[in-house]
Ligand binder design. Structure first.
Ligand SMILES: C[S@@+](CC[C@H](N)C(=O)[O-])C[C@H]1O[C@@H](n2cnc3c(N)ncnc32)[C@H](O)[C@@H]1O
Length: 258
């Protein structure tokens, strides 16, 4: 699994403010429809970018609870949200949320479910803390949507297989609908957000993934450091030649507690 340590937190802090990931976050923000005075839980809040945006939208009559198990990610979220008295950043996991039954109006979880070994358990726990009629928004990538050009397709396939070790589940969006229904949610919408990059933009998702994937594959023994570097170098060379192509789809799933 990818470690959400200080080094990763620093990289995500910058990359998550880029255009692609901002668009992905905006999709969840819009689906959540935050309104002044609400209590919203950001499950797996990471570095707190969405947490801070929700805090601004709710105003001081509202409350945002950001929950994350990683000390380094929480540290960044606490710093980002320090001006909002109505935000709490709390250590915790979706398997045992730090909130009482039916105490939260809405919950959101972006790019977290792919790291969970018990997705039904997580949805049940969120269902417990939501008020009747409460809204849940889950955003995640379906990794089968990844299209990434390479002149060395076998090496690209090995790198993508290596990256599959960084999470638990590659198909989260396709799995959610029946689990949500069985847990007592009505699924309202599944909205795709496709991120396509043909330039290898410095602030893009692809650029962040190249850095993370090279490092992950080499340091976890899925690929030799030389092969991982050659893979990354090819992508930068393709970009310099005007031949870079990357596309992936993030899905925003909205549901309401029945
Ligand atoms: C890719 S980051 C996404 C952070 C944030 N939601 C965002 O979109 O900017 C994944 C986050 O999930 C958190 N996480 C991993 N396992 C978790 C769990 N069991 N419960 C809650 N959060 C978890 C990690 O610590 C990390 O901060």
């Amino acid at each position: 699994m990818l470690k959400f340590d200080a080094k990763t937190a620093r990289l995500l802090d910058s990359a998550y403010q880029g255009a692609d990931i901002t668009r992905r976050r905006q999709g969840s923000f819009d689906a959540l429809q935050p309104a002044p005075g609400e209590i919203i839980m950001d499950v797996g809040c990471g570095n707190g970018l969405l947490t801070a945006e929700l805090a601004r939208a709710l105003g001081s009559s509202g409350r945002v609870i950001g929950v994350d198990p990683s000390d380094d990610m929480r540290k960044s979220a606490i710093e980002r949200c320090k001006d909002f008295d109505w935000v709490e950043i709390v250590e915790g996991s979706v398997s045992q949320l730090p909130a009482g039954p039916e105490s939260v109006d809405k919950a959101v979880s972006v790019q977290v479910f792919e790291y969970l070994s018990d997705i039904p358990g997580a949805i049940k726990e969120i269902h417990r803390v939501l008020k009747p009629g409460g809204r849940l928004v889950i955003g995640d990538i379906h990794f089968d949507s990844l299209v990434w050009f390479s002149n060395a397709p076998d090496r690209m396939a090995r790198m993508i297989a290596a990256w599959d070790h960084h999470f638990v589940e590659r198909s989260v969006p396709a799995l959610l609908q029946p689990i949500l229904k069985q847990t007592g949610f009505a699924v309202e919408a599944i909205h795709p957000i496709t991120i396509c990059d043909h330039q290898l933009r410095p602030d893009g998702l692809a650029n962040m993934m190249i850095i993370l994937m090279e490092n992950f594959a080499a340091s976890n023994g899925h690929m030799s450091p030389e092969e991982a570097r050659e893979w990354a170098t090819e992508q930068r060379t393709l970009a310099a030649e005007g031949a870079f192509f990357f596309s992936i789809t993030h899905f925003v799933v909205s549901a309401n507690k029945m």
